[in-house]
Write a protein that binds this ligand. Structure first.
Ligand code: AHM
Ligand code: MG
Length: 335
């Protein structure tokens, strides 16, 4: 039968998960994560009408002021993950302490997540996103422990992000797998598989550098030099200020995203467990590079870090090999 509008030839996320994941507990977990993304997408879309813009009135684990949507999306993710029966430890940007799931609800997986990243963009209706990393627990005790999640990024089972933009998009990457894109069809309420095996443009793609250049005076000399190089080589500057959007564009168009350490924030701003690691796994799986740049005396592959604190930060340099290697070469003194 001819598919006139191209609207009957599609696969849902549910179909994709059940076909590609043999692990039932993980499939249920992923379905609950997708449900939480849909609920968060709906909350963002109706925020102006439902009086969900603005401050909640408390500070989160890092002393950041919490917005109403930060709190709501955090509740959505925690409830969905607890209900999955698949999790034993949850780490959220919005909770100072890890959540150890009670035995009667507990399963094999640990999830670190930032429920609504890009908080500064919430109230002006610019894109935000959710970022998450799933680990399988190591311990055999009745309850999960924080050690089950304080592990290198190489142990991640699934990494993903959901972007609440002009369209809501879920991007998933299973360990040693490919990067897959799903778009939310709001009328169906379903994520539809739109792109398989997403890869960086082969030639490095568009010449784009993405960073908060307002901090440039605080950067180290190499970072300043690298950005100066991009500017004098015809690169365009693009910076949304939401990591999900900036990384999504970097993967699809090419270029480089940088959030370096600086004189004030000596470990950078972004968090290892629920910002750096999941994005690093997705970027590497799409053929890119994710590094810390010079950090604690050496240039490190991001996924090799071993966090000792659930809210630990690290500098981030990620993107197409063409551009990331140029910066890393400068750090290593070869350029
Ligand atoms: P948040 O978790 O408080 O939202 O902060 C993380 C966000 C990232 O999405 C983004 O890459 C970065 O902070 C932007 O920071 P800045 O406003 O300093 O440029
Ligand atoms: Mg964040």
């Amino acid at each position: 039968v001819e598919d006139v509008a191209g609207e009957t030839d599609f696969n849902s996320l549910t179909q994709w998960l059940m076909t590609n994941t043999k692990d039932k507990e993980l499939t249920v977990l992923m379905a609950q994560l997708a449900l939480a993304c849909k609920a968060t997408s709906r909350a963002c879309a109706k925020a102006g009408i439902a009086n969900l813009f603005g401050m909640y009135g408390e500070q989160n684990s890092s002393g950041d002021d919490q917005k109403k949507l930060d709190v709501l999306s955090n509740d959505i993710f925690i409830n969905a993950l607890l209900k999955s029966g698949s999790c034993c430890v949850l780490v959220s940007e919005e909770n100072e302490e890890p959540i150890i799931v009670p035995e009667e609800l507990a399963g094999r997986f640990c999830v670190a997540f930032d429920p609504l990243d890009g908080s500064s963009n919430i109230d002006c209706n610019v894109s935000t996103g959710t970022i998450f990393a799933v680990y399988e627990r190591l311990s055999t005790s009745p309850l999960g422990t924080v050690e089950d999640i304080l592990r290198t990024g190489n142990d991640i089972v699934v990494a993903g992000y959901c972007m609440y933009g002009a369209a809501t998009e879920l991007v998933l990457c299973f360990k040693q797998g490919k990067v897959e894109r799903f778009a939310l069809d709001p009328s169906l309420g379903e994520f539809i598989h739109t792109h398989a095996n997403v890869r960086f443009p082969a030639d490095g793609g568009k010449k784009i550098y993405s960073c908060n250049e307002g901090n440039a005076l605080l950067w180290d000399e190499t970072c300043k030099k690298a950005v100066q190089h991009f500017k004098s080589s015809g690169y365009a500057a693009r910076y949304v200020g939401s990591m999900v959007s900036d990384v999504h564009r970097t993967i699809l168009y090419g270029g480089v995203f940088i959030y370096p350490a600086d004189k004030k924030s000596t470990k950078g701003k972004l968090r290892v467990l629920y910002e750096g690691f999941p994005m690093a796994l997705i970027v590497e799986s799409a053929g890119g590079i994710a590094s810390t740049g010079m950090f604690n005396g050496s240039v490190q592959r991001m996924l090799d870090l071993v966090p000792t604190n659930i809210h630990e930060r690290c500098p981030v340099i990620l993107g197409s090999p063409r551009d990331v290697n140029l910066i890393l070469g400068m750090y290593k003194g070869t350029d």
